[in-house]
Design a protein around this ligand. Structure first.
Ligand SMILES: C[S@@+](CC[C@H](N)C(=O)[O-])C[C@H]1O[C@@H](n2cnc3c(N)ncnc32)[C@H](O)[C@@H]1O
Length: 261
């Protein structure tokens, strides 16, 4: 009974916000990326791939947030002994390369950002002389075979299935490190994130989706974590519940050796 009443109250609150046209961070609940794109307001840019979207949250993402520490730990651990080639999918203009610079020996990385064309253009334009080991591609298949696929903050925005993205790589990387995967217990929902200048489809995935995709690709999850402070509800659909942000490190099964982490 309590759950039913709670659900009804949340639903009423969400619909009230819709009716009032309250400006919110997350608006709508759609069954697919395409449905969400079709619902973008005409006064906003649709999706991430625009020059004017590149500056949104850039300074914030270039800092080291506490939820980046598991990623930092695993990159240090996985790259402890040799030069490591890493594909940073959804790497923006190289924001995490910059955030990690004081803590990782980036000279030992070959760090390739894969992102959408507008972000890659902005990243190349902003590349500094000290970004010696940083490069960009806007097609993941153009990146050479890598040891690590990092996808930090990509999964909420990725329209294609993770399996398809990884299979487009030149070779399966030995490790996949994912952070800020947004999940829920029910079916995957796509909402629209308000970027001010744009509205961007944002996936809140069923909690099994990413682990199942990793298993399909032949990976075993060797570490995972949640980031409780990032949990949120879709303001127009609070009855859908709070999302949970997760991270995963997965290792290719065929690459397993007695000494590997
Ligand atoms: C929130 S940013 C993440 C930035 C950074 N990696 C971090 O963890 O803070 C999400 C990035 O995913 C990129 N993105 C969205 N769809 C993509 C796609 N299909 N392929 C590659 N990158 C994509 C966006 O352009 C954006 O740079």
């Amino acid at each position: 009974m309590r759950t039913f009443l709670e659900h009804a109250a949340f639903r009423a609150l969400g619909r009230y916000r819709v009716l009032r046209g309250t400006e919110v961070r997350f608006r709508g609940a759609f069954a697919s990326y395409d449905e969400a794109m079709a619902a973008v307001r005409p006064t906003r840019l649709a999706g991430y791939d625009h020059e004017r979207v590149a500056p949104v949250s850039r300074e914030f993402m270039q800092q080291l947030a506490f939820w980046d520490y598991p990623v930092l730990y695993w990159l240090q651990r996985l790259a402890a002994t040799e030069t490591t080639r890493l594909v940073d999918a959804g790497g923006h203009i190289g924001v995490k390369y910059r955030a990690f610079a004081p803590y990782l020996d980036l000279g030992r990385f070959d760090w390739i950002v894969y992102d959408l064309p507008a972000l890659v253009a902005a990243g190349r334009a902003e590349r500094r002389p000290e970004d010696r080991t940083l490069s960009f591609v806007d097609r993941i298949e153009d990146a050479p075979a890598a040891d690590i696929l990092l996808a930090s903050g990509l999964m909420p925005y990725l329209a294609e299935p993770l399996v398809a993205l990884v299979r487009r790589m030149t070779a399966l990387p030995r490790h996949i490190v994912l952070n800020k995967v947004v999940t829920r217990d029910g079916p995957t929902v796509v909402t629209l994130e308000n970027f001010g200048v744009a509205e961007v489809p944002y996936h809140i995935r069923n909690v099994r989706e990413v682990p199942d995709a990793l298993a399909t690709l032949g990976y075993e999850v060797v570490a995972d974590w949640t980031i409780d402070s990032l949990a949120h509800r879709i303001q127009t659909h609070p009855e859908l519940g709070r999302s949970t942000y997760r991270g995963y490190v997965a290792r290719l099964r065929s690459a397993t050796t007695a000494t590997s982490p």
